[in-house]
Design a protein around this ligand. Structure first.
Ligand code: FES
Length: 276
C-alpha cells in the first residue's frame, strides 16, 4: 500500500509544504525524530524533518526544499491524491521534552523551520516560555505566517539578510541580544551548518545548553551504512541513530561541514535538469 499525498502548497521561491497519510508514523513520532521517504521504485531514501504528526488524522506534515532529484520529482510530478512508495519512521532519538524555563528555537533552513514549530509546540505544552527565531535570506524565501511558529511561540522573530521582512540580520543577532538580557535557558536549533558552528561558539561561554540537528547525508537511516557519521566528543556517532539532535558544544563542526559538501555536484546537476 502506498502513502497518499493529502496536501501540497508552495511556501517560497524554493520550499514547499507537503502532507502525507502515514498513520504508523503519526502515532509514534516525537519531536526530534525524522522520517525517510521513498517516492517510487527507482527512488532514493530521503530523510525529512517533521512539521507535525497528527495522531487523530494519521497525517504527517513536512517542509521540503526543491534541491535534488527526489524533491524536484515531488514538487513537479506528484500531486495531491498520488501515492509515495514508502514513508519510514519515526527514526532517530526524540529530544527531552520537559520544563527548562525559557526555550529558544532558532532556524535558518527548511528542515529547521519545520522542527521549530514541532519542538516549540511540545515545549509550550510542557510549560516553557517559548521563543521562535525564523531566519530567511530575503522576502522571497519567507513562508506564509500560517506555516510559522507564531501560535506556539510566546515571542516570535523573523529575520532576513536584507531586512526585507522582519529584522535585518540573522538568528544569531537576535539570540545574542536575548542572551544579554538573560532570557535564554536552553537553545534548540537546526539549519545551516556554518550557522550552527557559530551558534555553538556564541552559547559556549555562557554555559547555555545548545541542542542542534546535525544534518548529514543519510543513506540507510539505520546506522548501518556509515554515511552520516560525525565526530562527537572525540567519538564516532551516527546522526541517524544517535541523533539527529546533539549537544552542539561537543560536535566537531569543521568535520561535519567538510563531509556535507560531498554531494554538492549531484545536487547542482539535479537543479540544472529540472530548472532548465
Ligand atoms: Fe547510514 Fe546513518 S544513514 S549510518
Amino acid at each position: 500500500m502506498g502513502y497518499k499525498i493529502t496536501a501540497k502548497e508552495n511556501l517560497s521561491v524554493i520550499d514547499f509544504f507537503m502532507e502525507v497519510e502515514a498513520p504508523h508514523v503519526a502515532r509514534s513520532w516525537k519531536p526530534g525524530q525524522f522520517i525517510v521517504l521513498i517516492v517510487d521504485e527507482k527512488g532514493e531514501r530521503v530523510p525529512m524533518s517533521v512539521y507535525y504528526a497528527d495522531k487523530d488524522t494519521g497525517r504527517v506534515g513536512m517542509f521540503i526544499r526543491r534541491h535534488g532529484v527526489t524533491t524536484f520529482k515531488l514538487w513537479y510530478e506528484k500531486q495531491v491524491g498520488d501515492e509515495l512508495l514508502s514513508v519510514a519512521g519515526p527514526l532517530g532519538k526524540p529530544i527531552e521534552v520537559k520544563h527548562y524555563g525559557n526555550v529558544v528555537f532558532a532556524a535558518d533552513a527548511v528542515c529547521a523551520q519545520a522542527e521549530c514549530y514541532a519542538t516549540l509546540k511540545a515545549m509550550k505544552e510542557a510549560g516553557n516560555y517559548t521563543i521562535a527565531i525564523h531566519s530567511f535570506e530575503t522576502k522571497d524565501h519567507v513562508y506564509p505566517e500560517k506555516f510559522l511558529s507564531k501560535p506556539v511561540a510566546d515571542e516570535f522573530y523573523i529575520t532576513t539578510e536584507d531586512g526585507s521582512v522582519g529584522r535585518k540580520g540573522h538568528y544569531l543577532d537576535v539570540l545574542k541580544e536575548l542572551i544579554e538580557q538573560d532570557k535564554v535557558d536552553i537553545v534548540f536549533a537546526g539549519g545551516k551548518l556554518g550557522s550552527l558552528k557559530k551558534l555553538a561558539e556564541l552559547t559556549r561561554p555562557y554555559g547555555i545548553p545548545t541542542i542542534t540537528t546535525v544534518r548529514q547525508i543519510m543513506v540507510d537511516g539505520t546506522g548501518m551504512c556509515g554515511s552520516c557519521r560525525i565526530l562527537y566528543d572525540g567519538e564516532v556517532k551516527f546522526a541517524c541513530r544517535d541523533g539527529p539532535m546533539f549537544d552542539a558544544h561537543k560536535v566537531d563542526w569543521d568535520d561535519v561541514i567538510r563531509r556535507d559538501s560531498r554531494f554538492a555536484e549531484q545536487q547542482a546537476l539535479a537543479r540544472e535538469r529540472y530548472l532548465a
